[in-house]
Design a protein around this ligand. Structure first.
Ligand code: 5MM
Length: 341
C-alpha cells in the first residue's frame, strides 16, 4: 500500500472549490433516467450522454473526479480517446463503482446487503490498469416503521464497506465509502439523525478494525434530512446544522473530505444545503459533493437525447458544477440560479 499516493489522491478528490460527478449509473438505473426523456438505453446513447458530460467546456474547473461504471470505463470519446485518459488530461481523476448492487438480506425482510466482494481484488487490479485511481461502494440503509433498519443490517453493511475499503487501499485505490440512509418515506429529520449516527458509528468502528487508512479515503454520506414524504420537512438551515452535528460526532478529522450524495434532493436544494454547511465552518474536513441526480438532471432534460441539444446539455451541467463548486466554499446564493450559465 502506497500511503502517500492514497493521501495525495484523496486530497485532490476533495480539493477546495471542486467536487465529484457520480456518473456510475448501472444498466437499470440509466435506463430509468433515459425512460424519463423517452430515449432508448443503447450502448451508443449511453456513450454519447457520458461524452456530453465529460467534455463539457468549463466543468473541469469545478469537478475533481468522475465515478464511472464498468461499461463506461471501457468506452471512448467519438475521436477514440478512452474516457479515463480523456478525463485525466483535463485534470479530472477517474474512479469506478465496484459494488454489484444492494441485494435482499436473507432473513431480514425489507433490508439489503451490498454485494461484490468476491473477486474484488482482481477487479481492482484491472480497473487500476484502465486508469481508475479511486473506487466507490454504496451501502443502502432504509428507514421504515418498526425495526428497520435493524442493527444487524447496519453491521453487515458496515463490515462489507470496510472490507471493500481495505482491499482498495491494498491496491493503491482510494475508497469512497458510501453508507446511504435513504430519504424515501415519511420519517422526520430527528429519525434520520438517529439512524445516520448509528450507521456512521458502526462504519468507522469497522474501518478502524479493518485497519483502513482514514487519511486515504473519502466518506460519501447522506445529509440529515426529513423523508421526502414527511408532512413538515425541516428547513435548509436545520438540515445543515443536524448534518454537521452528526458528522462532528462521528467522522474523525483524519478523514480528508466528505463528499455528499444528493439522494433525491432537487438540484437547488442539494446545492443550498452544501453551501449552508460550509458557511458554518471552520470544519475539520473538506465538505463537498459527489452528486449524481443533482448534477445531471437538468443537463439530461436539456439534452433530451437530441444531437442538436448537446451543447445545451453541457451548459446546464457546467452551470450546476460551477454552483456546487461555489457551495464548497459557502459562496452559493439561490439568486445565482437565474444568472447566465
Ligand atoms: C449515479 O448513481 C449511482 C449508481 O446507482 P445504481 O447502482 O443504483 O445504478 C449512485 O450510487 C450514486 O453514485 C449515489 O447514490 C449518488 O447519487 P445521487 O443521485 O444520490 O446524488
Amino acid at each position: 500500500m502506497n500511503s502517500s499516493e492514497l493521501m495525495r489522491v484523496a486530497g485532490a478528490m476533495v480539493a477546495r472549490g471542486k467536487g465529484i460527478l457520480a456518473a456510475d449509473e448501472s444498466g437499470g438505473t440509466i435506463k430509468k433516467r433515459f425512460d424519463g426523456i423517452k430515449l432508448e438505453s443503447t450502448e451508443e446513447h449511453r456513450r454519447t450522454y457520458r461524452e456530453m458530460l465529460f467534455t463539457a467546456p468549463g466543468a473541469a474547473e469545478s469537478v475533481s473526479g468522475v465515478i464511472l461504471y464498468d461499461e463506461t470505463i471501457r468506452q471512448k470519446t467519438r475521436d477514440g480517446t478512452p474516457f479515463p485518459q480523456y478525463l485525466t488530461k483535463q485534470g479530472i481523476i477517474p474512479g469506478i463503482k465496484v459494488d454489484l448492487g444492494a441485494k435482499p438480506l436473507a432473513g431480514f425482510s425489507g433490508e439489503t446487503i451490498t454485494e461484490g466482494l468476491d473477486g474484488l481484488r482482481e477487479r481492482l487490479v484491472e480497473y487500476r490498469g484502465l486508469g481508475a485511481r479511486f473506487a466507490k461502494w454504496r451501502a443502502v440503509i432504509d428507514i421504515a416503521e418498526g425495526t428497520i433498519p435493524s442493527a444487524f443490517a447496519v453491521a453487515a453493511n458496515a463490515h462489507a464497506l470496510a472490507r471493500y475499503a481495505a482491499l482498495c487501499q491494498e491496491n493503491d485505490i482510494v475508497p469512497i465509502v458510501e453508507p446511504e440512509v435513504l430519504m424515501d418515506g415519511a420519517h422526520s429529520i430527528e429519525r434520520c439523525e438517529q439512524v445516520t449516527e448509528a450507521v456512521l458509528e458502526r462504519v468507522f468502528r469497522e474501518l478502524f478494525e479493518h485497519r483502513v487508512l482514514l487519511e486515504g479515503m473519502v466518506l460519501k454520506p447522506n445529509m440529515v434530512i426529513s423523508g421526502k414524504k414527511a408532512a413538515n420537512r425541516a428547513p435548509p438551515q436545520a438540515v445543515a446544522e443536524a448534518t454537521l452535528r452528526v458528522l462532528r460526532r462521528h467522522v474523525p478529522p483524519a478523514v480528508p473530505g466528505i463528499a455528499f450524495l444528493s439522494g433525491g434532493q432537487s438540484p437547488t436544494e442539494a446545492t443550498l444545503h452544501l453551501s449552508l454547511m460550509n458557511k458554518l465552518g471552520p470544519l475539520p474536513w473538506s465538505l463537498t459533493f459527489s452528486y449524481g441526480r443533482a448534477l445531471q438532471d437538468t443537463a439530461l432534460k436539456a439534452w433530451g437525447g437530441v444531437a442538436a441539444n448537446f451543447a445545451a446539455g453541457q451548459k446546464e451541467y457546467a452551470k450546476r458544477a460551477r454552483l456546487n463548486g461555489l457551495a464548497t466554499t459557502g459562496r452559493y446564493a439561490p439568486d445565482m440560479e437565474s444568472q447566465a450559465a
